[in-house]
Design a protein around this ligand. Structure first.
Ligand code: SF4
Length: 281
């Protein structure tokens, strides 16, 4: 069993990720409780929706699941596995986080039965071709489709790793695409900007915008793609210096063990609130 001090030592030296950055920025104390102290974390079924949709979309874009009927079992299997893993830590779903008025025991089957709708929404959206990224020997690279494309960035000494859902072509430009199964479109497009910087460095091509595909959002009443389903973000407003400063601030805070609480609206969906003395209810 790893002690909190051992866990902290590991976090001091490991590369950063978008998930670490946003978790730390949102509330350093939650970062500490969840990732370092490893207290009980209240499960939520929406993670299984995200995993199911992502796994099926990846299979589709790699040519392994051409139709929605091929994608659905892939999504369902990933969903079931995720739920079963979370049930091991918290077998009584009454203790899980609620989605609005839906408590765990009703939220799980509701979300399972909603997977096909997410996939149909995804498939109806027109998309540019997937970029074929260089792979292997830099002197004589092969090409691989940029789906779940692994990124490694050096931001002035801070190493950042991650995995971009998709990098697509748009004429001479490249466009990072992130598939979101949740209902909230991220206000902060920093994740897309991070992948954009990796794509610029990996291709030498221009990247000026990114796209969120929101699979939970419905089409228009006439069956067309709605504005809520495809959300474009201008990434020229986030210079790499801004991203670098954010990652450096989080990196320094984690290394220094600054775990100050940031009570606020984020407490409502905080999975470790039951172990926090500063929670705002
Ligand atoms: S309950 Fe609020 S203050 Fe406490 S760890 Fe969670 S987000 Fe931070």
């Amino acid at each position: 069993m790893t002690t909190p001090n051992e866990k902290w030592e590991q976090y001091k030296t490991r590369p950063r990720s978008w998930s670490q950055l946003t978790s730390y920025e949102s509330c350093p104390h939650a970062f500490y409780l969840e990732r370092i102290a490893k207290v009980w974390s209240r499960p939520a079924a929406w993670f299984a929706t995200g995993l199911g949709v992502h796994t099926a979309v990846e299979a589709h874009e790699k040519g392994e699941a051409p139709t929605v009927d091929d994608m659905l079992p892939v999504a369902q299997e990933a969903f079931r596995q995720d739920i079963n893993t979370r049930l091991e830590s918290t077998p009584n779903a009454e203790y899980w986080q609620s989605s609005g008025t839906y408590h765990g025991p009703t939220d799980i089957p509701r979300r399972y039965n909603d997977l096909r709708r997410h996939l149909e929404n995804y498939l109806m959206i027109p998309k540019g071709p997937i970029w074929m990224a260089p792979e292997g020997d830099p002197a004589d690279p092969g090409r691989t489709p940029a789906v779940e494309w692994p990124i490694e960035l050096d931001l002035d000494g801070v190493q950042v790793i991650g995995s971009a859902d998709q990098i697509r072509e748009d004429g001479d430009d490249l466009v990072p695409v992130d598939v979101k199964a949740g209902s909230q479109t991220p206000e902060d497009p920093g994740q897309l900007a991070t992948y954009a910087e990796a794509a610029r460095r990996g291709s030498g091509r221009s990247v000026t915008k990114g796209v969120y595909i929101m699979t939970a959002k419905p089409p228009t009443k006439t069956g067309r793609v709605s504005k809520a389903q495809v959300v474009e973000k201008d990434l020229t407003v986030i210079p790499v210096e801004t991203l670098t400063a954010r990652f450096h601030a989080a990196d320094e805070g984690i290394k220094a063990g600054n775990w100050d609480p940031k009570p606020g609206h984020q407490c409502r969906r905080c999975s470790v609130a039951s172990s926090c003395d500063f929670v705002v209810r």
